[in-house]
Design a protein around this ligand. Sequence first.
Ligand SMILES: CCCCCCCCCCCCC/C=C/[C@@H](O)[C@@H](N)CO[C@@H]1O[C@H](CO)[C@H](O)[C@H](O)[C@H]1O
Length: 490
Amino acid sequence: ASTRQERRFPDDFLFGTATASYQIEGGWNADDKGENIWDRMTHTKPNVIKDVSNGDIAADTYNNYKRDVEMMRELGLDAYRFSLSWSRILPNGLSNKVSEAGVAFYNNYINEMVKYGITPMVTLYHWDLPQKLQDLGGFANPLFPDWFEDYARVVYEQFGDRVKHWITFNEPREICYEGYDSTTKAPILNATGIGAYLCAKNLVLAHAKAYYAYKNDFAPSQDGQCGITISVNWFPPLTDSKEDEIAAELYRQAEWGIYAEPIFSAEGGFPKELSEKVAQMSMEQGYPRSRMPEFTDEEREFVRGATDFFGVNHYTAFLVSAAKDTEFIVPSVYGDTGAVTSVPDDWPKSASRWLTQAPDSILNALTHLNNKYNSPIFYITENGWSTRVEDGLEDDDRIRYYRAALESALDVLDAGITLKGYMAWSLMDNFEWMEGYTERFGLYEVDFEDPARSRTPRKSAFVYKQIIKTRVIDHEYEPETRTMTIDEGK
Ligand SMILES: CCCCCCCCCCCCC/C=C/[C@@H](O)[C@@H](N)CO[C@@H]1O[C@H](CO)[C@H](O)[C@H](O)[C@H]1O
């Protein structure tokens, strides 16, 4: 039997880090870039952000992209996942006008990665919708799938000769539930119990349109893959009672099933149990039809199977139980599930109130998805841990989290599940959405007081580098230095 020390990641396993355009780029109005929904929200309602900050400059990757690639080389990354700013490429959101400056910025960034053998993994949409499209309803407009396909075609055309890994959307739950159904992400629409379902349908249709545009018109010559990234945290029942089992299943369907099921399940369409529950609740609440829209047979068939891989953003777990005396907002997604969550006191806590270190949660989540969806190809497209500003560079908590997460990823490989890569969130500190700059996820610390936005490796950067280099998790490894260098050949 092999010892834990001997367990290795395969040589072709893609180790990387991830970021997102609005969180790092800055250059919010550089050249002819158009306004996006985060620009609009942070400028007109600054108090919704915890430290009243914004992403106007962020880590200033717009001017620091060569330093970013240098950091990728220092870590010895195989791959780098980043997103494109739609309104930097199409200032008005629509494809009649393409920004030369925006395209040039991404060409430079991608070329710099390719020059050093780093595989670019590109997300088309990580939450920064052009404001002009939001003014027309955004994801709630039935034309949204067409707008997204048009944008995707421009992007494939411009960058597809070098980019072979495409992700259409990052985290549909955060786009639809947090943006349309509540007030935790732009555009803070707060259409509770309605926004998430409406957005979910248009989002998966948009994904399928962009997927088939690539598959039919670009993949034959460009030879890449196209998938979607869904936020899949692990939601087991609190107890083995029937009520908690049912609550947990409904909760999983609301969290990620409404986005995953239409694409990955054999039947297609929204998850059965949640659809029935929402239809029943809608009737009881006096609506003339279900708040959850239906797919036509043609739409269902179009979306079903429209992917080459399943990108999983995984951070944590919550225990789910049937609500006893909770008063839910009516109507609301969580009211539809009738479920509540809790977290054991002994799971280590991060700087983010939602993020604890749950045991074996990567293995549990991926095993569940693998069984449910007929063994797709997986990438972990985000996984990471937050610290506070004052925690500085000695981030042993983050190291403990990453080692445990990567052990769980090795368990996934041992279980015969096809996991092809792991992207740590994040390469560097960045604008953490509603939390501003108060929570830090970076392997590199960014000094946001410094006009140059200087970047300094944390201890975790040295540990991650060692794991990538050796393909082994050495729990005893202590970096001897805090001076980062680029290894030969990187
Ligand atoms: C009794 C429970 C106690 C917890 C109370 C917290 C209540 C808040 C519940 C919120 C649930 C959040 C679910 C988690 C979502 C995350 O997986 C997801 N938002 C991660 O998104 C990515 O996060 C990165 C770091 O936050 C980064 O910002 C990136 O852009 C996102 O893709």
